[in-house]
Design a protein around this ligand. Structure first.
Ligand SMILES: Cc1cc2nc3c(=O)[nH]c(=O)nc-3n(C[C@H](O)[C@H](O)[C@H](O)COP(=O)(O)OP(=O)(O)OC[C@H]3O[C@@H](n4cnc5c(N)ncnc54)[C@H](O)[C@@H]3O)c2cc1C
Ligand SMILES: *[C@@H]1O[C@H](CO)[C@@H](O)[C@H](O)[C@H]1NC(C)=O
Length: 621
């Protein structure tokens, strides 16, 4: 092992590692999960040196830690702000706990809120993010959908290569172990799939829940009648159409499969991987003697604002995997960001990189509810203790196209294309960031809108006693930012997605809700519905829909873009090897690097990014 401190020190540190609490049997029939030694004692890593220090033991962070530590001559440390989660295993392992014992609003959530949103009646939207080993993959909705070949190839061309669909698809497959649905479920939900589009050997298990409810199959039929055909292979680059997506569920015991259970728990015996929980990385420490590229020498961390600041040293690289909010925050605290922002806070600039925290894009969404004719059409709003029943999570989707949304799609496309100049000219960002944003807008306007790639996702759900159908904007023209406003790493940054700052977003999203009404009016779904509860028949005109969206819109939980992979002179933060510009050994690996938003949920993309990163890093070192 290439630890730069002596092996004796490391052995001493290992001895103080506490064993995770044995898991109590969470749910009848649920396996006793392998548990992994982790430590919550900050002194265990203090002044030690590792080849790689990963900031954030979340979705991407643990996936990368798992891959890099496969080589037992490589030492890896992970610093995670949240706890292990071993103390509360039912919550994480039970799929429908995502609704009925949600981690949102608990200590496992960073509990961010956006700044006041000017175009949403001044509301502040709630922005959950996982704060526990596994990160957001531990608390999310388990939808497993992929982006499209078209979108991935746009990412690739914006990044200047390395990230094309075929490589990225392989990386996503590498993280996945797919199991076919139960026959009864496949029949009732009209599930079609092609196993060869899925991975068979990866750490993250995917399948469909063991039970279903009548409105789901009915939604699939109704969405077709409303004009969007079933896709029988949505995982192979053509992700649009109507289907019930897979979920990150392990079929053998119907538990949630996530970054911790997939990439960390199984490697119980790897002594070259050390995981510290309950500690926030407060900054990356740099050696700036080479004026052209700063070299990270370590990471400072602490349990709380008043706690001892420790430093862990690094031989090779620091990898930031804090997610789309925390990653730009950590970079800014470390002196990487817009010089004017940093100097206004008294932070010395290490790299003047104005793109850090800019280009924030999120999927704005809201849900309509319909009262079911019979309460048996929808699940009980509780965890029952039966593993199969509790495996039910919502994943029915209809990714609709512009033709379904607009009577005259060409005129809306023209309006979008004609608006780009104004949007870019009015953007309150640096000239570099503008240049990159222009490229992303051009790609979205010309290659995404008007193609089969869907601008709106419709989600068919049964939950909390209702049939709930959501619409979510997939390629927002509105952009925002994440910016620190304090030197204190324990102070939350300002998160401003700029929701609806572009009118066209509102126009497109509003049509999505009208389309939901159309779906709800089709057989066999309409026969299951007693009436529309929310917003109800009072809302009819465009103005009324738009008011309702401003008052009810919120996040679909897919922020991205805050460490965009773009050229440096286009506001990029990382290059196409995920390396932060102006540094020799800092990378970002998480959902903040895609430069555009995708027509999908982000987990598949995040695992894919981590698998790509592992290959890149192994090849370079
Ligand atoms: C409520 C919710 C529902 C979602 N539903 C779905 C879904 O159904 N399907 C889907 O595909 N996607 C879903 N998503 C999105 C998806 O889960 C995320 O995009 C993805 O998991 C992000 O991964 P990440 O690695 O970028 O960040 P995360 O997984 O959030 O990991 C970041 C980690 O870094 C840690 N961290 C941050 N800062 C520091 C610091 N300074 N020091 C130490 N540790 C730090 C955090 O605690 C966290 O563990 C959902 C997200 C949420 C929040
Ligand atoms: C690490 O080094 C600092 C400064 O030399 C020292 O104060 C601290 O006690 C050391 N920590 C450990 C665990 O030895």
């Amino acid at each position: 092992m290439r630890f730069s401190v002596s092996g004796i020190l490391l052995a001493a540190a290992s001895a103080t590692f506490v064993s995770a609490q044995p898991l109590s049997d969470p749910v009848e029939g649920v396996h006793q999960y392998a548990k992994r030694e982790v430590t919550a004692n900050g002194w265990d890593l203090s002044n030690k040196t590792y080849d790689y220090v990963i900031i954030g033991g979340g979705t991407a962070g643990l996936a990368l830690a798992g891959r890099l530590s496969e080589d037992d001559s490589t030492s890896v440390a992970v610093i995670e702000a949240g706890s292990s989660g071993y103390e509360d295993s039912t919550k994480f392992l039970t799929p429908d706990a995502d609704l009925y014992d949600s981690s949102v609003g608990t200590k496992y959530d960073w509990q961010y809120k956006t700044t006041k949103q000017n175009y949403m009646n001044g509301r502040r939207a709630v922005w959950p993010r996982g704060k526990v080993l596994g990160g957001s993959s531990a608390i999310n909705g388990l939808y497993y959908v992929r982006n499209s070949k078209t979108e991935q190839n746009i990412w690739n061309s914006l990044a200047g290569g390395n990230w094309g669909w075929s490589s990225f698809l392989s990386a996503m497959k590498k993280s996945e172990s797919f199991s076919a649905p139960l026959k009864s479920i496949a029949n009732s939900e009209h599930i079609k799939y092609d196993s060869s589009s899925h991975g068979s050997n990866g750490p993250i298990h995917t399948t469909w829940p063991a039970v279903t409810y009548k409105p789901i199959g009915a939604f699939i039929e109704a969405a077709q009648s409303a004009g969007t055909q079933i896709n029988d292979d949505p995982y192979n680059g053509q992700n649009w159409g109507t289907y019930v997506s897979a979920a990150t569920i392990k079929k053998s015991d119907w538990t949630r499969s996530y970054s911790r259970t997939g990439y960390l728990d199984p490697v119980t015996s790897r002594s070259n991987l050390h995981v510290l929980t309950g500690h926030v990385a407060t900054k990356i420490v740099f050696d700036q003697s080479n004026s052209r590229s700063a070299k990270a020498t370590g990471v400072e961390y602490a349990a709380s604002s008043s706690d001892t600041r420790h430093t862990v040293y690094v031989n090779k690289e620091v990898i930031v995997s804090g997610g789309a909010i925390n990653t730009p925050q950590i970079l800014q605290l470390s002196g990487i960001g817009s010089k004017s922002l940093l100097s206004s806070l008294g932070i010395d600039t290490v790299v003047d990189l104005p793109g850090v925290g800019e280009n924030l894009q999120d999927h704005l969404s809201a849900g309509m509810t319909f009262k079911p004719k019979k309460s048996s059409y929808v699940p009980k709003s509780e965890i029952t203790g039966d593993a199969k029943t509790d495996s039910y999570v919502n994943t029915a989707v209809s990714y609709v196209n512009m033709d379904s949304l607009f009577k005259d799609p060409d005129s809306i496309l023209e309006r979008i294309r004609n608006s780009i100049d104004t949007i870019v000219n009015n953007a309150d960002v640096s000239s570099e960031v503008k240049a990159g944003q222009r490229k992303t807008y051009d790609a979205i306007a010309n290659k995404i809108f008007g193609s089969n790639v869907s601008p709106i996702e419709i989600l068919g759900n049964v939950m909390f006693g209702s049939i709930n159908i959501q619409a979510a904007l997939q390629h927002p023209l509105s952009r925002g930012s994440v910016k620190i406003h304090s030197k204190n790493p324990f102070t939350k940054p300002h998160v401003d997605p700029g929701y609806l700052s572009q009118d066209l977003d509102l126009t497109i999203l509003r049509q999505g809700f009208k389309h939901i009404r159309k779906i709800a009016e089709q057989s066999p779904l309409k026969e299951l519905i007693e009436y529309e509860q929310s917003p109800g028949s009072d809302v009819q005109s465009n103005d009324q829909w738009e008011d309702w969206i401003r008052q009810n819109g919120g996040t679909e939980y897919h922020p991205t873009g805050t460490s965009s992979m773009l050229p440096r002179n286009e506001g990029g933060v990382v290059n196409n090897k995920l390396k932060v510009y102006g540094t020799s050994n800092v990378r970002v690996v998480d959902a903040s690097v895609p430069p555009i938003s995708f027509s999908c949920h982000l987990m598949s993309v995040t695992y894919g990014t981590a698998e790509m990163a592992a290959e890149i890093i192994k090849n370079e070192n």
